[in-house]
Design a protein around this ligand. Structure first.
Ligand SMILES: Cc1cc2nc3c(=O)[nH]c(=O)nc-3n(C[C@H](O)[C@H](O)[C@H](O)COP(=O)(O)OP(=O)(O)OC[C@H]3O[C@@H](n4cnc5c(N)ncnc54)[C@H](O)[C@@H]3O)c2cc1C
Length: 100
């Protein structure tokens, strides 16, 4: 079943997760990157070095943030609902990896 979270539930999801994605927009470009964070009293705290993300956020501080605590079974159920199908044509791809 799909539904809307209450304010209290949203705070719960934010405060029980530590990985999210910041979505930035500047110079007609959207940019989404995963980051580690901590939720603290209505704020998201993170750390980073300077790069594309900080440059875009300085130009346009209005960003969005996503995290989730979704049960994979619920995700499958949701995919069986009648829904609008959409297609995103990928114009540019980047990727990063971490070596230990
Ligand atoms: C689980 C997880 C947690 C992370 N937590 C943090 C964190 O707490 N703090 C932090 O600073 N970074 C974190 N990172 C790394 C983060 O996602 C970025 O790669 C990093 O912050 C550099 O971003 P930037 O905008 O400064 O990139 P820049 O070094 O300026 O590079 C910009 C270019 O690299 C590409 N790029 C950068 N990052 C990615 C990416 N992840 N995937 C695909 N393309 C990418 C961009 O599209 C662009 O082309 C985390 C990554 C993962 C997977």
């Amino acid at each position: 079943m799909l539904g809307e979270l209450t304010e209290e539930q949203i705070v719960h999801v934010l405060s029980t997760n530590v990985i999210g994605r910041i979505g930035c927009y500047a110079d007609e470009k959207s940019y989404v990157v995963p980051v580690a964070y901590l939720y603290d009293d209505g704020c998201l705290l993170g750390h980073t070095i300077r790069g594309m993300k900080t440059r875009m956020l300085e130009k346009n501080p209005k960003c969005c943030f996503e995290t989730h605590g979704l049960d994979p079974l619920h995700k499958l159920e949701a995919m069986h609902l009648k829904a609008t199908v959409y297609r995103i044509k990928i114009e540019e791809k980047t990727g990063r990896f971490e070596k230990r």
